[in-house]
Design a protein around this ligand. Sequence first.
Ligand code: SF4
Ligand code: SF4
Ligand code: FES
Length: 312
Amino acid sequence: MRATLRVRRYDPETQPTPTYKEYPVDLPQYGTVLDGLLDVRDRQDGTLSLRCSCRSAICGSCSMRINGEARLACKTLVNKIASPGETITVEPMGNMPVIKDLVADMTLFWDKVRAVEPYLQPVGPAPEREYLVSNEAMERLTVAMNCIMCGACVSDCTVLEVDKTFLGPAALAKAYRFVDDPRDGRKMERLEKYTQTSGIWDCTRCNMCVQVCPKGVAPMERIMQVRSMAMEAGFNKTRGARHASAFAEIVKESGRLDEMGLALKTYGFFKAGFTLTGIGLRAFFRNKLPPLFHRPIATAENVRRLFRRLGV
Ligand code: SF4
Ligand code: SF4
Ligand code: FES
């Protein structure tokens, strides 16, 4: 199949800004984007830099943005994302500096993974024989253990785009993997740490990490599990925890979200006024301020019934 790869080329040491170069490729029916790039490097331009190793979606090293979305190049079939003759845009991962061309500097990624202490920390004497873990626990953990550290979720995380201090989806999915492991003895310390600023409560649930993860880890869902575990363990005084409780409380009461009430319950009266007045004014002048008072909804009882059925 014929296609054109439009590749972002950039060498920060010699170029002031990135450029895009187009390379025509002719691939077999089941050729991947990685096959195309390797063909470009072998036959057309030996200066093209990229990372790859296993070519089987196992090692996680060939993550890059393909048509604007983070993917494994070795798992992306050209015929699935383009019609014959079409152009495919290939760029390095986002949210990370570029070392050269398609090679991103993953220091930020690894720093965040290290920050969640990604290793078991059992307490007490070791058992005489091996640690035994129930099948149910292993089934839960396996989802997070499938992570191949490719960085795709971090590349496309919308919070990391504006706040590089956020621990991010990969590290927090890893955090879940240890906080829910029955062999770990530091569950409470871990939960306390993950509930701090830049932790679990900073995720906006945009779902991008779920969409791009090539291994079904669904990092956002793992973050929600850590949130529930933190609330159950009593870590419910943080702003994020108050926000979640207030959100549910308001919807349960009135059948809809009251944004003003949510801000007051989350921040408290004085702090809400101090912190949110500027945002409120900007929203007002852009005609985006939500109504201060909502009319009651006649069918709110249906929503309350849903809450009762869920036992919350
Ligand atoms: S759901 Fe949360 S962690 Fe995942 S990409 Fe969005 S903000 Fe980032
Ligand atoms: S969670 Fe998924 S996308 Fe993120 S690093 Fe792991 S395998 Fe890659
Ligand atoms: S080369 Fe290993 S995951 Fe693509």
